[in-house]
Design a binder for this molecule. Structure first.
Ligand code: THU
Length: 131
């Protein structure tokens, strides 16, 4: 987990958040053990901004991976942040309910929750499977 926290912090330091002043970092471990990070990238057209988790997912998929087995999210304040609703659904595409999500503040890990706890009864790819 320490490697993920380190990467998430590096990413958080590179966040582009001139509007919210709320830099976020995320790091994901793929099933093969490789790790991939992302940061939030805001935009003058506010809704076009990208969350850190979404940017980390894009890095993981762009590197050829499809399955997320561990996730770290780091926020700037003392209070750890949880992935927003949209990011929970984005994670769901590539992870199962038991995905551990480590919620971290500047001083390290505060709490670990699972994706299933954050997004119960989720809609996922299996719902689109043809009978
Ligand atoms: N943000 C993330 O990057 N991930 C989350 O899960 C919550 C929010 C970003 C979006 C925006 O750039 C800033 O935090 C304030 O909402």
């Amino acid at each position: 987990m320490d490697d993920l926290i380190r990467l998430a912090r590096e990413m958080q330091a590179r966040a582009y958040a001139p509007y919210s002043h709320f830099p976020v970092g995320a790091a994901l471990r793929s099933a093969d053990g490789s790790i991939h990070g992302g940061c939030n990238v805001e935009n003058a057209a506010y809704p076009e901004g990208l969350c850190a988790e979404a940017s980390a997912i894009a890095a993981l998929v762009g590197a050829g991976h499809r399955h997320i087995v561990e996730c770290v999210v780091t926020g700037p304040g003392p209070q750890p942040i949880t992935p927003c609703g949209g990011c929970r659904q984005k994670l769901r595409e590539f992870a199962s309910d038991d995905l551990p999500i480590h919620l971290c503040g500047p001083d390290g890990r505060h709490r670990t929750v699972t994706l299933g706890e954050l997004l119960p009864l989720s809609f996922g790819p299996q719902h689109l499977a043809r009978p």
